[in-house]
Design a protein around this ligand. Structure first.
Ligand code: VG1
Ligand code: CO
Length: 565
């Protein structure tokens, strides 16, 4: 058997290799043009993993298929082999969705995974590259680990690589063997599909898909889920292939922005607005996000996860009940109403999926979500776009099993609002703002929080002259109930006496400049208040948030957000 030819190479630290909300995300140019940029980061990951665990371990490697992933995968093979890793499972053509990786790590009892994705950020030679480490539970590394990796990147002096390791054809399934090291190219979908089949009733969903009253459309946004869409929706569930759009993974997402929202998925949004389909869905570059639309109806992600939780009985996986429910802090408060109603524990965590993992591992969390089109459960430790689509298919199948007229997504959501009340909710994103003014604006808000000048402040709303009064304001801090670790500075919160909320955060997933996110949430219980247009119903709160409290235009010189959700 071929012996590994291991070399140690000297290097110098690069600045700024600090993982953000979800891994390290950088412009491809920065990664490619700086020799050993990627090598340093990968070696730093191995430097923090205990040697005895690393030795002979199995690692999963794959990504969303973006530009530079193929080269990066070969580099990871070489550094992993030199660091004692025994076995690497890599997706065919290097493709694995983030949720599929989580499923594979768990099913195959791997030590962890290296995921190559910048998720919803654009790709291509001028786009972004991303890399992230996941742990043996299949979830993103917690802050203690990412901080340790970052520390290594600031001190690194050398890395090791096995120069004779490479796999020329990642398209062919099978095993490549060296002395003490192997790479196995595996099917991108098999393990993940096997898991989904234990969660859902595929037969019941097949019947829904075959119902002529139900028209379904899926948009993979030229990301990795094209592969999964073909296999799961088409081959397994019978969706006609012509109803799968942008389902060929592309290195630059077909020159698009693989972020499933109302701005960046225009093709799908147009069809749904025209009433061409009863359910339209999209996922992001790496397949962990989902957007679901009904016929001429926008399903807000915060509502989506709350409705899934309320309808848990339709989904076989949850047949023995729910352990608990959770949402990220800026996500609308719809979820806790469901938790209260079902009498199960509820948790509010900071933005980023890594915060849900401990609760799931401790057996206290079943379903959770983020307003940013992220929805998931404890079947894995990542959010899961295809899973969310299947949840909705299953819920629709359940409601339509014995119904003469078609029960739509909108019908189900309206029913939900009647029972629980409605959280009008919107997020404004201001992208590519200079870091300085963005920080100054946040400091301006923080100052008002620190001096307690906001508490008791009253605003007369333009709509009907009613008064909104601020009850509390803080900088969100989270203490993990399981490992007791504390995460500070997780977003500025303004809470009003009627429960309305305004939240300010700076994005932690961008590669350059700053993105300001402002979130608005207003609850209405009265049945006469459930059918307003979201933007007009929130207009007073939005004005208070942008003008009165943040002085956003003054600081950022921006009139309009890039994206409104
Ligand atoms: C954004 C979202 C957050 C999500 C994160 C990763 O983070 O707001 O909810 O968990 O992206 O999603 P930020 O820091 O930019 O607000 V993904 O699909 O990019 O891995
Ligand atoms: Co993603």
């Amino acid at each position: 058997m071929t012996k590994l030819e291991i070399k140690t190479i000297s290097t110098k630290p690069f600045e700024g290799q600090k993982p953000g909300t979800s891994g390290l995300r950088k412009r491809v140019t920065e990664v490619k043009d700086n020799e050993y940029y990627l090598h340093n980061f990968v070696q730093s990951i191995f430097n923090v993993l205990p040697k005895e665990q690393l030795s002979g371990a199995t690692l999963v490697v794959g990504g969303d298929g973006r530009y530079f992933n193929r080269e990066a995968i070969q580099i990871i093979f070489q550094i992993a082999a030199a660091n004692g890793v025994g076995h690497i499972l890599v997706g065919q053509n290097g493709l694995l969705s983030t949720p599929a990786i989580s499923a594979i790590v768990r099913a195959r009892k791997a030590l962890g995974a290296i995921i190559l994705t910048a998720s919803h950020n654009p790709g291509g030679p001028k786009g972004d590259f991303g890399i992230k480490y996941n742990m043996s539970n299949g979830g993103p590394a917690p802050e203690s680990v990412t901080n340790a990796i970052y520390k290594q990147t600031t001190e690194i002096k050398e890395f090791a690589m096995a120069t004779n390791v490479s796999v020329a054809d990642l398209g062919e399934l099978g095993k490549h063997q060296w002395d003490g090291f192997s790479v196995e190219v595996i099917d991108s979908v098999d393990d993940y599909l096997a898991l989904l089949k234990t969660i859902f009733d595929f037969n019941q969903i097949r019947q829904l898909v075959a119902n002529p009253k139900f028209r379904f459309n899926f948009d993979a946004m030229s990301g990795v889920t094209g592969v999964y869409g073909h296999r799961i929706f088409s081959q397994e569930l019978g969706v006609p292939v012509q109803n799968l759009i942008n389902c060929v993974p592309s290195e630059d997402f077909n020159n698009g922005h693989p972020d499933p929202n109302l701005t960046y998925a225009p093709e799908l949004v147009k069809k749904m607005k025209a009433g061409e389909f009863d359910m339209g869905c999209a996922s992001d570059g790496d397949g962990d996000r989902n957007m679901i639309l009904g016929n001429k109806f926008f399903l807000n992600p915060s509502d989506s996860v709350a409705v899934i939780a309320a309808n848990y009985k339709a989904i076989p996986y949850f047949k023995s009940g729910l352990k608990g429910l959770a949402r990220s802090m800026p996500t609308s408060a719809a979820m806790e109403l469901v938790a209260k109603d079902l009498n199960v524990p509820f948790f509010e965590v900071p933005t980023g999926w890594k915060f849900f993992g401990n609760l799931m591992d401790a057996g206290t969390l079943s379903i959770c979500g983020e307003e940013s089109f992220g929805t998931g459960s404890d079947h894995i430790r990542e959010k899961d776009g295809i899973w969310a689509v299947l949840c909705w298919l299953q819920i629709l199948a359940h409601h339509n099993a014995n119904s003469a007229s078609f029960v739509s997504i909108e019908d189900i959501v309206q029913q939900h609002w009647k029972h629980y009340g409605r959280n009008y909710y919107s997020r404004y994103d201001y992208e590519e703002i200079d870091t300085k003014p963005a920080n100054e604006m946040m400091a301006h808000i923080k100052e008002q929080i620190n001096t307690k000048s906001l508490i008791g402040k009253r605003f007369t709303t333009s709509a009907n002259g009613s008064v909104l009064e601020i009850a509390s304001a803080d900088d969100f801090e989270y203490k993990d109930p399981i490992d007791k670790s504390v995460s500070s500075n997780q977003g500025l919160r303004i809470i009003f006496t009627d429960g309305s909320r305004i939240i300010y955060r700076l994005s932690g997933t961008g590669s350059t400049g700053a993105t300001v996110r402002v979130y608005f949430d207003k609850y209405e219980k009265d049945h006469s208040q459930l059918s307003f247009d979201t933007q007009s119903h929130l207009s007073s709160l939005i004005n208070i948030g942008l003008v009165e409290i943040a002085k956003l235009q003054h600081y950022t010189n921006r009139n309009e957000p890039n994206v409104i959700t």
